[in-house]
Each structure stands twice: as C-alpha cells, then as structure tokens.
Design a protein around this ligand. Structure first.
Ligand code: URA
Length: 186
C-alpha cells in the first residue's frame, strides 16, 4: 500500500489506460482525508478536468449544497473522489478496463482515509463497489456492512439535474447518510 504522496504521484504519472493521454488534470480527490464518510462518483467531467478538483461542476455544486444544508462540509465531514481519475471524452461512462485499471488506486485511497461510511454516487460507482447485481433505482438507500464499512448507494447528482422526480429520494438518502454518520460518531 502506498502512502498519500506516493499514491498521488503514481496517479499523476499514470498511463495505465488511454484516458491518461487525454487528460488536462488528473482528479485525485478532495475534502478531509481523515473523514468518516467517503463519496465516490464516476469520473471527472469538463470542469473537474480543467481544475483538477472533483465535483465542482453543476452536479457537484448541487451535491455540495445539499450536503451543506444538512451540515455536512467537504473540508470537515467527508472526502470525495471517483472511480476514474481522468476524464472520459464527452463524459461517456468509463469502459470496464479503464475502471478496473483505476480502482486499485481508489482502494489504496480508501485504505488511507479509513472511512466508516462509503457512499456510491450513481450506477457506475455502485457497480464497481457494491457489485453488478445492484440496480440504482431499486437498491438506492439500502445499506450493507462489508469489510468493516457501512456502504450505500444513491443517485448521481447529475441524474437529479436531468430528472427532478429523483430529487426527493436523493434528499432522503442524504438524510439517512447523515443519520448513520451521527450514529457512528456517538
Ligand atoms: N461526475 C462525477 O462522477 N465526478 C465528478 O467529479 C464530476 C462529475
């Protein structure tokens, strides 16, 4: 297992898949690296590729705001990153070989953060972390305890922007995550 600095440098220089050739910035992760909650998304979009920071575009801003509304702050309460650290062109879903090449870095990152709660944002993160038998609409909001983590999945915030009917269940899931966080912080 690599330490933070070595892991970051390895990701910066990574060319395990072709996304490494096209990136402007590698998007490592952001937030409190010792937090009890980790949110995992899919892959950087255009804003993230430009800035090197995850979840800063429209979807990210929505998520950040919704979390702030329930008193969860990026620099204090959670860490946030993605399955893939480089942007797939035109924001397509990462191919399986890209996700699998990158997920070993994510595993290392999770081992360093040592969160108690892992939240998958959207179907891609859910598939690679919770398994291919999970379905986002059916299984969001469910909790499993695995390898010492409480894990759950909810919609990706970009799905909320596309389909406002998902807003209410999304808020419910965020609230349940906050409840779990309070419970484990006691
Ligand atoms: N969507 C993601 O899944 N991750 C980001 O960092 C931005 C948008």
């Amino acid at each position: 297992m690599l330490r933070w600095k070595e892991l970051y440098e390895e990701c910066l220089n990574c060319h395990k898949c072709s996304l490494g050739e096209k990136r402007t910035n590698m998007v490592f992760g952001d937030g409190n690296s010792k937090a009890d909650i980790i949110f995992i998304g899919e892959a950087p979009g255009a804003d993230e590729d430009r800035t090197g920071i995850p979840f800063v575009g429209r979807a990210g801003q929505l998520l950040t705001k919704y979390l702030q509304d329930i008193n969860l702050y990026r620099n204090k309460d959670y860490y946030i990153c993605n399955i893939c650290k480089c942007r797939p062109e035109k924001n397509r879903t990462p191919y399986e070989d890209e996700a699998k090449a990158c997920i070993q870095y994510l595993r290392n990152q999770v081992a360093l953060v040592k969160p108690k709660i892992i939240v998958c944002l959207g179907a891609t993160a859910m598939r690679y972390i919770l398994g291919s038998d999970w379905r986002i609409t059916r299984d969001r909001g469910k909790w499993v305890e695995k390898k010492g983590f409480y894990m759950t999945a909810t919609f990706h915030p970009s799905a909320i922007l596309r389909d406002p009917s998902k807003n209410e269940p999304f808020l419910e899931d965020l609230k349940a995550i906050n409840e779990k966080y309070k419970e484990i912080s006691k």
